[in-house]
Design a protein around this ligand. Sequence first.
Ligand SMILES: Nc1ncnc2c1ncn2[C@@H]1O[C@H](COP(=O)(O)OP(=O)(O)OP(=O)(O)O)[C@@H](O)[C@H]1O
Ligand SMILES: [Mg+2]
Length: 225
Amino acid sequence: MTALLEVSDLYKTFGSGEAETRVLRGLSLTLAAGEMAALLGPSGSGKSTLLTILGTLMKPTSGRYEMLGRDLVAADDRALTEFRNLHIGFVFQFHNLLPDFTALENVVFPTAVREGRETAEARARGRELLVRMGLEARVDFPSTKLSGGQKQRVAVARALMNRPELVLADEPTGNLDRDSAMQVMELIAEINRDEGTTFLISTHDEKIAGLCRRQVVVGDGLVTG
Ligand SMILES: Nc1ncnc2c1ncn2[C@@H]1O[C@H](COP(=O)(O)OP(=O)(O)OP(=O)(O)O)[C@@H](O)[C@H]1O
Ligand SMILES: [Mg+2]
């Protein structure tokens, strides 16, 4: 399998002196294109830190990070913003939907802002994704009137809008009941299967992790399993 991304010997330290926290301590990880992996580990083990670094939203203290053949440690902020917009989608525990917007507007909005306009093509892609997420009847609904599970499915659609190679999800089902969580995971698995999108999904839930083909466990600043 081709590697989509590879991090090696990754260190991340926050603060200094007495407040110093060494979160990542020489962590290495390779994700192949098309993988669907769960990210596990105790609270405070560095899952969100790792996802933030992989998402190019924060640089490691030291170490190497390559994705799609690009050196993302050496890249400057401007190059990283462009790279991120093209290749990486994010889903968070709290969906962060814009309350005054409909489901479709939420999915299309980030792309529209970047491109400076909202195209018919973008709207069609957004609609298609919402239909895939089982939200056909909710496309033009105000986001505030959606249930938690529906909102999270809109957030997944939003992350997929630009056809990213990689989607990083930080506890995407953390706020959902079992049925909604399973539904979100099944849709992610379907996208992974059909479009080959690579997913890395942090969770505390073994059952959710079990739906992923691979489990990456973080502990003591390293991948332990
Ligand atoms: N910006 C920051 N400044 C200082 N310390 C931080 C910062 N971000 C994270 N940390 C610390 O790094 C450690 C790892 O945090 P992180 O959020 O990555 O853990 P996590 O595995 O995602 O935990 P959880 O399962 O609770 O979400 C924690 O001790 C945290 O307090
Ligand atoms: Mg976290």
